[in-house]
Design a protein around this ligand. Structure first.
Ligand code: ATP
Ligand code: LTN
Length: 331
């Protein structure tokens, strides 16, 4: 029997944080043996906010090297750059004709980004979820492993799949978000009720995967917490709860185990232990990413073979879609 399909992507729009790692990439690695996986660099999504072209190109390659350094195996999954497979834009156009302006204007991310980039509320920003739906539906993906903030977008992809299937007959697999507990919502170290984000202006709010050990430890030391000095998770202690979450995710232990380990210890020692648990995992990833970035030929080959695989699968779905909507296929 054919394996079920997984699809996900990250935008090359900044330095990745440990939120991106725990919410997305780490889970992708765990799935590559069991599923047929497609993982993209979402550069077409990235340009919905202003990007410096040279930087965008550099970050695209850095992100692919990071995928590999985190353990994605190009033999097992298709790793590719979204703009290298033209069917994404083509399917997006068709889906645009069944997506409603009302539903898109209600998306939380659209509202947030419109506020943040008030001088540049472009059509692409609003259309972002439709392009994301095209990404997912092209590969007939069953599951989409993402952080909790992307749930709403996967739901739009589901709605569009169902709407299309109802109107034109069975065409798309209806996808489901896969949001694993533990790392689904890592919060800012400075405002622990907000999600950690790669585009946060305060560099102390996020731990970047490129941060060296000293920086990681310093940022955790400065993390905002309450002052009662008891290492225990609870709703009124979002700072400590977030740090415990991060510790458990990197150490692979349960909350109870972590609370037991730090019982009677102060915040200083606890923060140091959290910093070390993170640095121990990300330091080797950085070294591997650096090694890979020195071999542009290899990275080029990985992307070429990934795009070939993606192209074949995408073409199959797109021809079906074109047939269903009645596009003339003369030549
Ligand atoms: P930006 O700040 O540019 O909007 P971002 O940090 O939110 O970026 P995305 O590229 O939007 O990152 O997300 C990539 C993946 O990482 C998505 O699956 C998203 O759900 C996940 N993710 C992002 N931030 C977090 C977080 N703080 N905790 C868990 N998962 C996250
Ligand atoms: N919008 C996503 C990135 C993304 C994506 C996708 C995720 C683009 N296309 C398809 C899952 C499936 C984000 O993480 N911000």
């Amino acid at each position: 029997m054919d394996k079920k399909v997984i699809y996900s992507a990250v935008q090359p729009s900044g330095n990745l944080t440990i939120g991106n790692y725990l919410g997305a990439i780490r889970n992708w690695v765990r799935m590559q043996d069991e599923y047929d996986c497609f993982y993209a660099v979402a550069n077409m999504h990235a340009i919905t906010v202003k990007q410096d072209p040279a930087e965008l190109r550099r970050r695209t390659l850095e992100l692919v090297a990071l995928y590999l350094a985190c353990g994605l195996d190009p033999e097992k999954c298709a790793l590719y750059v979204q703009s290298n497979v033209p069917q994404h834009a083509e399917l997006c156009w068709v889906l645009n004709t069944i997506a409603y302006v009302g539903e898109l204007s209600r998306m939380t991310q659209f509202k947030d980004k419109s506020q943040k980039h008030a001088e540049n509320i472009n059509m692409g920003l609003m259309d972002y979820p439709v392009l994301m739906a095209a990404d997912i539906l092209l590969y007939q993906a069953q599951y989409v492993p993402v952080g909790a903030d992307q749930k709403q977008h996967v739901e739009i992809a589901r709605d569009l799949a169902i709407r299309f299937n109802n109107r034109f007959g069975d065409t798309f697999t209806v996808p489901e978000p896969l949001i694993l507990k533990g790392g689904a919502k890592i919060c800012s170290l400075q405002e622990p009720t907000k999600k950690m984000s790669k585009s946060d202006e305060n560099p102390n709010a996020s731990i970047y995967l490129t941060d060296d050990r000293d920086t990681v430890i310093r940022k955790f030391k400065r993390a905002v917490t309450d002052s009662d000095n008891v290492v225990k998770a609870s709703e009124d202690k979002p700072g400590i709860t977030n740090l415990l979450n991060i510790y458990c995710a990197f150490k692979g232990c349960s909350l109870e185990e972590a609370e037991g380990e730090f019982a009677g210890m102060g915040y200083g020692d606890f923060k140091l232990a959290v910093g070390e648990s993170v640095a121990d995992v990300i330091t080797p990833v950085q070294a591997e990413q650096k090694r890979l970035l020195a071999d542009k030929t290899y990275l080029g080959e990985v992307l070429k073979s990934g795009a070939d695989r993606a192209y074949k699968a995408a073409r199959r779905t797109l021809s079906k879609v074109y047939r269903k909507v009645g596009f003339y296929e003369g030549n």
